[in-house]
Design a protein around this ligand. Structure first.
Ligand code: NAD
Length: 331
């Protein structure tokens, strides 16, 4: 029986991934600092759920080998201190984000290499792309080769860039078999939708679902652009990338269906029969109802999937509206 380790499997992408691997017949171990997955029973997503802190090197050394002491066939490193714009762009969490995620990655890559893990996947982020290429909402550049000279617009992005390089350096110096992908806004059911760490698609669904006064607040002028990838496509893209021999990345995993944030809001409103007006918070109104400035991030961002398509011969296909409808219903 093949064995997989999902670090951060108590989270959104990791939970979906662990469940899929288990359904494929893998023996699956999840490690997460949370006691339980937020929305699933632990037994539904894995064979063994270990609650532990991956910043602790002893814990990482313990969990990196399987119960029969053989190396895992597939290891997925998804654990990170992260959240949506309200978490990573305010500046208040910068030190924790960098310190926590860097420690996790330093421990994991070292122990994976020492224990001859067969292959390890690392989840980087589109947030590592330079701000100067994402000023034009209609024409952002997120081609993989545009990463340097580096200028991410958040410390979260800088940490991702550092850790990408860390995984690639362990490949060069110690032959660790790595796969590095840059996720672009993954969304779907079973993800954080409230509490400050939620991202735009989930926040939009929540605002529309809760709206009783005919108005929702949308950060900025609403003309900033993004693309969003539904979780099922993300998993398929990850596994295809992980299970081919020749290409270690970094490569984008995202959607090329770029929309403005107001279009995302209008799409969400269209799932209801409510009459809802969009109140864009900009200029004077840039302070939200709790008195905080609204963090915006780059002006435009879209996945560039040419490299993925060239190397994998496959492309993501689930339309945004389909994924958003499912997510809205769940929230
Ligand atoms: P998530 O926050 O739902 O999952 C991350 C998990 O890591 C959480 O369950 C958290 O408890 C766990 N974790 C954090 N610190 C830990 C620690 N010290 N020890 C053990 N576990 C710890 O996030 P997600 O959306 O599932 O993202 C997974 C990965 O993909 C992350 O690395 C994230 O940076 C990356 N990513 C995600 C997106 C996205 O749109 N969701 C986009 C780009 C990159």
């Amino acid at each position: 029986m093949k064995k997989a380790l999902v670090l951060g499997g108590g989270g959104f992408i990791g939970g979906h991934l662990a469940k899929k691997l288990k359904n494929e017949g893998f023996w699956v171990r999840v490690v997460d600092i949370k006691n339980n997955h937020d929305f699933w029973n632990n037994d539904d997503i894995c064979d063994e759920y270990i609650c532990g802190d991956l910043r602790d090197p002893d814990l990482v050394s313990e969990v990196i080998t399987s119960p029969d002491s053989n190396p895992f066939d597939e290891v997925y490193q998804l654990a990170a201190d992260m959240g949506g714009a309200g978490y990573i762009f305010t500046g208040e969490n910068d030190a924790n984000v960098m310190h926590n995620s860097a420690l996790i990655n330093l421990n994991v890559v070292f122990e994976a290499s020492k224990n001859n893990v067969k292959r390890i996947f690392y989840s980087s982020s589109a947030c590592m792309y330079p701000e100067h290429n994402q000023m034009d909402s209609n024409n952002p550049n997120c081609e993989e080769s545009s990463a340097y000279p580096a200028e991410p617009d958040s410390e979260y992005g800088w940490e991702k860039l550092f850790s990408e390089r860390l995984f690639l350096a362990f490949n060069r110096n110690y032959n660790l078999d790595v796969r590095v992908a840059r996720f672009h806004n993954i969304f779907g059911p079973m993800g954080t939708w409230t509490g400050g760490k939620e991202k735009a698609p989930a926040a939009m669904c929540r605002k529309v679902a809760e709206c009783i006064n005919g108005e929702i607040e949308v950060w900025g002028d609403g003309l900033q652009t993004r693309s969003f990838l539904y979780i099922d496509d993300c998993l398929e893209a990850m596994l295809r990338f992980m299970r081919q021999e020749d290409f270690m990345g970094p490569v984008n995993i995202g959607s090329e269906e770029m929309v403005t944030i107001n279009q995302l809001a209008e799409m969400t409103i269209s799932f209801t029969d409510k009459k809802i007006k969009i109140n864009n918070l900009e200029g004077q109104k840039f302070i939200d109802k709790y008195g905080f400035p609204c963090p915006l991030g780059v002006r435009g961002r879209n996945s560039d999937n040419r490299l993925y398509k060239e190397k994998m011969g496959w492309e993501v296909s689930i339309p945004l509206v389909e994924g958003m409808r499912k997510t809205f219903k769940w929230i």
